[in-house]
Design a protein around this ligand. Structure first.
Ligand code: 5GP
Length: 193
């Protein structure tokens, strides 16, 4: 997605350890127009898939996921990273090792929001080693829901995430694919959409 690639070139900052900082438009301050364009692009790609729910993980997946959900006219569910006192129902849970925070946390969704009737599109901001997306797939599978695809805003293709998810039989659609973050430079591959 050209608009996203341009924005990463202009405002993305490479940190050591293969991390891209995009906190001025995705992960802290959020650009609503770009998020709308991103959400709508995912909706376009999966328009014929009969998606019934969009599933993401808090916090930075929510903005693009919400716009995709609006365009497809389906609910958006975000997995929670901390259990809330108000979540008194039965939960779907899985554990996820966070690439950026380097801790394992339990993620959860109330069982009542997903069922075996659902066809799910998973959306997340980054794909690194695939642990967050894999955790979301597991939550959907616990509910018996079918995962139709995984939409990623920024894929770091030099890490193993895509391979892991494709080995699980998942269709991965990334709007920006990064080949390398070496020497402070962002090098891109052709994106999927
Ligand atoms: P994974 O689970 O695929 O290893 O990592 C994905 C999660 O880690 C994303 O949800 C995102 O929050 C975070 N993440 C991974 N790599 C980066 C990065 O380079 N920059 C930022 N800002 N977040 C990242």
């Amino acid at each position: 997605m050209e608009e996203l690639v341009q924005r990463i070139k202009e405002d993305g900052r490479v940190l050591g350890e293969g991390v891209l900082k995009v906190d001025s438009f995705v992960t802290h301050q959020v650009d609503p127009n770009l998020m709308e364009a991103i959400g709508y692009r995912f909706a376009e790609v999966f328009a014929e898939s009969g998606i019934t729910k969009i599933v993401t993980i808090e916090a930075s997946g929510i903005a693009p996921a919400l716009f995709a959900a609006k365009k497809l006219n389906v609910p958006m569910i975000f997995a929670r990273k901390a259990k809330s006192l108000t979540m008194d129902e039965e939960l779907l849970t899985s554990s996820v090792y966070s690439f950026t925070k380097q801790v394992t946390s339990q993620i959860s969704i109330s069982r009542k929001f997903l069922s075996s009737e659902d066809k799910v599109l998973i959306i997340d901001d980054f794909l690194a080693n695939g642990q967050a997306a894999k955790g979301l797939v597991e939550l959907c599978q616990q509910a018996g829901a079918q995962v139709d695809g995984i939409g990623i805003v920024i894929e770091k293709s030099f890490q193993d995430g895509r391979e892991l998810l494709e080995e699980m039989g998942m269709r991965v659609v990334s709007l920006a694919r990064i080949a390398s973050l070496q020497n402070g430079e962002v090098e891109f591959l052709e994106g999927d959409a």
